[in-house]
Design a protein around this ligand. Structure first.
Ligand code: TYM
Length: 341
């Protein structure tokens, strides 16, 4: 039944999932645990559609050559993580023109005040004070368009995207309130464990690829030595007991990572490391992460060499995505009163 391209009819009853990731250079362990790993697991039970969100990435300046490579790398890396294009259409956002078009429309149904309250906008405009562009400001309307175009029921993301998702719901609700039901109101799908992987150097901040301190994050493509070094340098506390606790942000984070990667509970991890020091624990977390990422890195090295295969996959994904998203765009435009051609 499911051997070929995803077919709209036979998957009709499953709930629709949409999610995307920006191709901004380094894809981190935070992205992997908080999002990508969950996407892979959801593919059998849901009607999933995934994208590399390259339109979003130019809200900060990109070097053209590096950007192009990063887009392909992100595509190949997600395949390597286990996105299966036989089950889940997977495309590059800029290949599907409906995203930019619906984003413009939704901009006209999004309030200045709502966008001003987005914490990511506030953070990024501080960080890039010399380039606070309109795209950075209206970024959440594009994200809403991504989601609403596919009538997504669920959006698996890390905790940092929750506010954007709530805005997408509000925009959809407002539009539906004016014109009648046009968009499905999406729910977030945020897992309990690992939805907020923290910096290894300042565990009160989320792990982010834009952190200037390279020891703060682990990249999915970091080599084993680098991964081990970064875990060995991870900030902990002075208690020297491996347990979840208040004021133990560093250890809590390492337990969270260990638990996500091995499937063991925090209590099981505490028992396993009773009487052992943080040195041993950090070594073990590093090794578990290296083992988790090893097969992904191997598959990535194969995919990235095979440009023809990548092209075949992203073209197929874009064709599917355009077909589905055009229907929603037409529906929304018709309701507004546009003359459709
Ligand atoms: P992005 O590219 O920053 O991150 C991709 C996914 O990784 C999650 N994530 C984390 N999860 C746990 N711990 C962390 N430290 C961590 N860092 C990142 C993010 O929550 C996200 O799920 N705007 C989005 C991309 C996007 C999108 C969409 C997502 C564009 N259109 C539509 C969902 C639906 C972003 O910048 O994610």
């Amino acid at each position: 039944m499911t051997e070929n391209m995803p077919q709209e009819t036979k998957q009709e009853k499953k709930k629709v999932i949409f999610s995307a990731i920006q191709p901004s250079g380094t894809i981190t362990l935070g992205n992997y645990i908080g999002a990508l790993r969950n996407w892979v697991k959801l593919q059998d039970d849901y009607n999933c559609i995934f994208a590399v969100a390259d339109l979003h990435a130019i809200t900060v300046r990109q070097d053209p050559k590096i950007f192009k490579q990063n887009i392909l790398n992100a595509y190949a890396l997600l395949l390597a993580c286990g996105i299966d294009t036989e089950k889940s259409p997977f495309f590059i956002q800029s290949h599907v023109h409906t995203h930019a078009e619906l984003a413009w429309i939704l901009n006209c149904y999004t309030q200045f005040g709502e966008l001003s309250r987005m914490t990511q906008f506030k953070d990024k405009s501080q960080k890039h004070a010399d380039n606070v562009n309109a795209g950075l400001f209206t970024y959440p309307s594009l994200m809403a368009a991504d989601i609403l175009l596919y009538q997504a029921d669920l959006v698996p993301v890390g905790a940092d995207q929750k506010q954007h998702l709530e805005l997408a719901r509000n925009i959809a609700d407002r539009f539906n309130g004016i014109y009648g039901k046009t968009f499905t109101i999406p729910d977030g799908y945020i897992s309990k464990v690992g939805s907020r992987i923290m910096s290894l150097q300042d565990p009160t901040k989320k792990m982010s690829k834009s952190d200037e301190n390279v020891n703060a994050w682990v990249a999915v493509l970091d080599n084993p030595d680098t991964i081990m070094k970064k875990f060995k340098r991870a900030v902990t506390d002075s208690e020297a007991v491996v347990r979840v606790g208040e004021g133990k942000d560093g250890i809590n984070n390492l337990i969270g990572i260990m638990s996500s990667v091995t499937g063991k509970t925090a209590d099981e991890i505490t028992v396993e490391f009773e009487g052992k020091g943080y040195g041993d624990f950090k070594q073990a977390v590093g090794e578990a992460v290296v083992e988790e990422l090893r097969p992904i890195q191997e598959r990535f090295n194969d995919y990235i060499k095979n440009k023809d295969y990548l092209e075949e996959q992203y073209r197929k994904g874009a064709e599917f995505a355009l077909r589905i998203s055009q229907r929603t765009l037409d529906k929304a435009m018709k309701k507004i009163g546009y003359v459709l051609k």
